[in-house]
Ligand binder design. Structure first.
Ligand code: PGA
Length: 253
């Protein structure tokens, strides 16, 4: 059975003073050890966060497809590994929008991460316009078809379904809509990679997850965790989400 993964994405937030929050979140992980927790901090904080993270995994928010080279301002997978990261997010919609990242680039980034032993969270999701045209499943399916890394399997890859219109807006899809997209993703993975991969791959929901809605979102069919932005910045907001996941973990068969 898949255990839940609760991931916090700090985006461009966090300086050394924020390490007290990392420590407080790490303390909550010790008492909720059935749940996997990962925190994606800015690259400048990875090494310091690792030193206080305990069992919690620390990750990077992006990596380049190349291992080194003339790419000013970018970060490569071996650099993340050296800093102590165990995972990386690729294809977040903010990078797709701000940096113009394509599915082909996202695939190459995921493969670079894997070459260096990093776990990967691959983000997909439709815009409001696409949701309005009832194209969510179609858009997500096309993103996965183009960006699924070669050799993917559920041991190191997770997929995060993050509707662009739900990120940072306080809006979420209905539980029925979440379950429909997650079910479609799992069926697609089954078709592309086979039943074992589909059974082991975790599919996270992301977009305005908070302490009040986490339990119902995490209870949806085929939801194996959450990718949380704003509500992951403080222990006060993030720990209730970890606890919501833990209480569901305990009722698994
Ligand atoms: P949010 O962000 O929780 O602030 O909506 C989620 C994300 O972008 O991963």
């Amino acid at each position: 059975m898949r255990s839940k993964l609760v991931a916090g994405n700090w985006k461009m937030n966090g300086i050394k003073a924020s390490l007290v929050e990392v420590e407080a979140i790490a303390a909550a992980c010790r008492s909720n050890s059935d749940v996997d927790v990962a925190l994606f901090v800015p690259a400048t904080l990875i090494a310091d966060a690792v030193s206080v993270a305990g069992v919690m995994m620390i990750g990077g928010q992006d990596c380049h497809a190349n291992d080194c080279g003339a790419h000013t301002g970018n970060i490569a997978a071996p650099m993340l590994v050296e800093a102590g990261a165990r995972l990386v997010i690729v294809g977040h919609s903010e990078r797709r929008a701000d940096q113009g990242e394509t599915d082909v680039e996202v695939k190459a980034k995921a493969e670079a991460a894997r070459r260096h032993g990093l776990g990967v969270i691959l983000c997909v999701g439709e815009t409001l316009d696409e949701r309005g045209k009832d194209q969510a499943e179609q858009v997500v399916s096309a993103q996965i078809a183009r960006s699924l890394p070669d050799g993917a399997d559920g041991e190191w890859l997770s997929i995060a379904y993050e509707p662009v219109w739900a990120i940072g807006t306080g809006r979420t899809p209905t539980e029925t809509e979440v379950a429909a997209v997650h079910g479609a993703i799992r069926a697609q993975i089954g078709g592309l990679l086979g039943g074992d991969a589909a059974a082991s791959l975790r599919i996270l929901y992301g977009g305005s997850v908070n302490g009040a809605n986490a339990a119902s979102l995490l209870a949806c069919a085929d939801v194996d965790g959450a990718l949380v932005g704003g509500a992951s910045l403080t222990a006060r907001d993030f720990v209730p989400i970890i606890e919501a996941a833990a209480s569901q973990q305990q009722i698994l068969p």
